[in-house]
Ligand binder design. Sequence first.
Ligand code: BES
Ligand code: MN
Ligand code: ZN
Length: 485
Amino acid sequence: MQIQTTTASPQEFDGDAVVIGAWSDALLPESTASIDRVCGGVISRMIELKEIGTERCDVTSLLGLAGVSVPLVLVVGLGSREDQKPGLAKQVAGTAAKFLGKQARQSVGFFLELESLDQAVAGAMVGCVGQDLFRAEPNLFAFESIIWGGATQDEVDSGTALGESINTARRLINLPASDIYPESFAAECVRLGQACGFDVEVWDEVRLAEENCGAHLAVGQGSAKPPRTVIMRHLKGDPDRPPLGLVGKGVTFDSGGLSLKPSASMLDMKCDMSGAAAVVGAMMAISRLNLPVNVIGFVGLAENMVSGDSYKLGDVLTARNGKTIEVHNTDAEGRLVLADTLDVAVSNGVGQIVDLATLTGACMIALGQDVAGLMTNDQNLCDQVSTAAMSVAEPAWQLPMFAEYGEHIKSDVADIKNVGDGRWAGAITAAKLLEEFVADTPWVHIDIAGPSFLAKPKAWIDAGGSGCFVHTLVELASCQSSSEA
Ligand code: BES
Ligand code: MN
Ligand code: ZN
């Protein structure tokens, strides 16, 4: 996909289609008004007659307008101009792109006079790419080129970096577990590091053993595919400031292990590396944007399988930080992988940690499929993450971390056990286990089990891997870089 800017007017634009916007409570934006003028007021009349919808993400296609070069003009509703909600640019551009992507098109012009056009650029790139990796006839056809009227080169460049990073995360999630396993995921990280300019270090199973990553290794030991940890460094900030650590759960397939999942619950479990995909996507964007920050990404990769070598219920694991964990359920594997990966982050001297994980079904019961759970030991950092997430329309809501919940993971034989008593507060008891491995580092855990893999498409994005929280992480890092300056 080529992304460019243009100074042409929308009516002169020479391509396959043009996208323009309309507010529900305000005059037409200038591009829309100028098309409306050359075609004799058709658009404003149709809006009056409610033949063109102006609510956010309504789409109406108009063919063969007199005086307009392109054969197809798409009017996308922008909703209220008075009350613009976050994510407007990203979602309306995505909706228009997804609508037009139903057919193959060479070049599409976007003429949207919105704030944050960089987010619109990213939204359109995400919108026209579907979960089509293996389909002869794709659901969505990515445009050859997208041309932005009125955007600066800066907006196009940063939007492109973000859009490609989100689409890379989506592709990693959508690839099946036979293609993406710990070794091949690590190889992708190496390749992306070379392409985008961040340093990549890979720990194989021998190194993981030398590093005493007993919890991580246990999860991977039932699989024919050995585990990996990948460390990705972007150190371009003040050398005196400790880096931000981003930690991702990378379970490339979660069968549940001996605590086997029922077939229906296992179907989508190639998505159990979405946290790791978000970290890789964020590292890509942060390094391509050359943000003046210190960020280190850590992904813990393992495949949770059933075999004669699988870890077992009742096993007692010694994690890298020396704490022992009694296994009560082999399907509570993500927290075990993260226990060691978080400790690796602590050892690398990070000043703050944000981890992302498709950790618990319980978080989906609590908050639904669209909202991520936030759990923290540091309210200030949590507020920063929450503000970043809200500002880019990735909804997230905090759950409490009262000390009492820690009682639920006490073990009779080890320091802790890997599940709580009963199903109660399962998202929080999982986070309580993670908290044991971050020492005193300010830390936020984001449980993305809900939003990471869409069962149904949305207007602005196809179903499947969503690439959620790449945008939030990039926003968080860029807020930190501006507060550093
Ligand atoms: N990967 C799953 C959580 C999950 C469920 C992610 C649905 C995305 C969609 C995780 O490893 C898991 O199996 N969690 C268990 C924990 C339980 C055994 C304490 C769960 O949520 O049931
Ligand atoms: Mn599991
Ligand atoms: Zn899992």
